[in-house]
Design a protein around this ligand. Structure first.
Ligand code: SF4
Length: 446
């Protein structure tokens, strides 16, 4: 080891201002290492029977929204008519049919389903029923532990929520983000505060097993007073779980385009210290109201009852069929992403081809790093889990970055666990880069 590898900087090299780029680490190795020439790994994975005990999930990306939010970096369309949406649903069903007969399914029932977006609740009741009936005919999700459905409050009527409940959704996730109409408008959100209250009360009447509210700390023009009011209103509504993101400004957002046009390097949103302080305050208020902080982003009202199966299964290496444009999947340790654009995606599926665009099969060490860093987002990881699954003592394998975390005052090894304190948890996505292999540090997450 060289001297520079063994001595940590005296203070963490953490960014203060919000500049362009991704903060959130959603997978590892970074996407820039996923390649089209590695797609045959996906076909090979499909031909193998499942590894014993590996749960199977399905993710479907619904890429339609009423408006494009200025901070959005997802693949979304605001101009598709009902014929195009119907064509997309048909394509997603055809794509699922391509997976359904493969040896990798091995007779497994689906353990979890996630409808993400975009805006799944943009679909009409007829479209939703057609889609879910078709999916259930291809691959059974009776007995799935969790079916999540992301919603934009302004798209929900009592009739639509009833249909969402009836197709088997167990976890309804409401993209509230903020309760102030002016802040919602200047950030390009399609909904207003009245619609939040109305949708939430319908959803409660229908007794969804879990309702989650998403908030974003640090939206354009947000102030500390506004943030406090958002947290107060959230606690008053008493959802089962609350997810809080700190505003980031990736390259493909409208906010970045405006920054580029005016030559600005710093985004017009709160700096990282402020956003972290706001989330720390929000978590503390939620704890005072009886919630438990369960990860860098979530607090749950009843920790015995409220789980997030999709997140926990993915972070522990489950198989995931990723359906739809630009979707991510993972099959027997091979990670893949679908074609990025609407027409090429639909055309590939219509031609009977799996629409996978790029892939990567991490080696054993990369798989270990992946699971370790993702599970560190929970604030506590169990070393015994990694010893059992990978035959590795993570305290030794990661001795150097763990020492850095300790020296910076963010985390400790406590017996059989690696534990982050609150300050470390609230900037975990920055700290995770310390665990990356040298060739993956500074890589762009795009
Ligand atoms: S509703 Fe969500 S997916 Fe749609 S534009 Fe806004 S942030 Fe993006």
């Amino acid at each position: 080891m060289t001297t520079t590898e063994t001595i940590a900087p005296l203070s963490p090299p953490l960014q203060k201002q919000t500049t362009v780029g991704n903060y959130f680490v959603s997978n590892y190795p970074p996407f820039s290492f996923w390649k089209p020439e590695l797609v045959p790994d996906v076909f090979a994975a499909l031909q193998r029977p499942p590894a014993p005990g590996t749960p199977l999930g399905v993710y479907l990306h619904i890429p339609f929204c009423r408006k494009r939010c200025h901070f959005c970096y997802f693949k979304v369309y605001t101009d598709k008519d009902s014929a195009a949406i119907r064509g997309y649903i048909e394509a997603a069903l055809q794509e699922l049919a391509l997976y359904a007969g493969q040896p990798i399914i091995g007779g497994r029932k689906v353990n979890f389903v996630y409808f993400g977006g975009g805006t799944p609740s943009y679909l009409s009741v007829d479209q939703l029923q057609y889609l879910t009936d078709g999916m259930k005919k291809l691959i059974s999700w009776d007995g799935a532990e969790e079916v999540t459905f992301e919603c934009e409050p302004g798209t929900l009527t009592s009739h639509k929520l009833k249909a969402i409940r009836e197709v088997g959704v167990t976890r309804l996730s409401l993209g509230v983000e903020n309760f102030d109409d002016h802040i919602l408008e200047v950030n390009g959100r399609a909904h207003h505060s009245k619609e939040i209250a109305r949708a939430y009360s319908y959803a409660r009447e229908l007794e969804f097993p879990q309702i989650n509210i998403d908030l974003i700390a640090g939206m354009v023009e947000e102030t500390g007073a506004n943030w406090k009011e958002c947290v107060r209103k959230t606690i008053e509504m008493s959802p089962d779980s609350v997810t809080i993101y700190q505003m980031e400004v990736p390259y493909n957002t409208d906010i970045y385009q405006a920054m580029k046009a005016s030559g600005q390097l710093v985004a017009p949103v709160a700096d990282w210290d402020t956003k972290r302080a706001w989330v720390a305050w929000g978590f503390a208020e939620l704890e005072r109201a009886g919630y438990t902080v369960g990860s860098a982003y979530t607090a749950v009202k009843n920790k015995e009852k409220t789980r997030f199966i999709y997140r926990d299964r993915l972070w522990a290496g489950a198989d995931l069929i990723g359906l739809g444009v630009a979707s991510f999947g993972q099959l027997q340790g091979t990670h893949c992403q679908n074609l990025h654009d609407f027409e090429p995606y639909v055309n590939a599926v219509r031609a009977g081809k799996l629409p996978v665009y790029r892939a990567l099969t991490p080696n054993a060490d990369e798989r270990l790093i992946r699971e370790f860093i993702l599970q560190l987002k929970l604030g506590r990881t169990d070393c015994g889990y990694f010893q059992k699954k990978f035959g590795v003592d993570v305290r030794q394998r990661f001795a150097q970055p763990l020492r850095v975390l300790h020296d910076w005052g963010f985390g400790e090894v406590e017996g059989d666990s690696v534990v982050l304190n609150r300050e470390g948890l609230l900037q975990v996505d920055r700290l995770l880069h310390e665990f990356f292999l040298p060739e993956h540090k500074n890589a762009r997450y795009a």
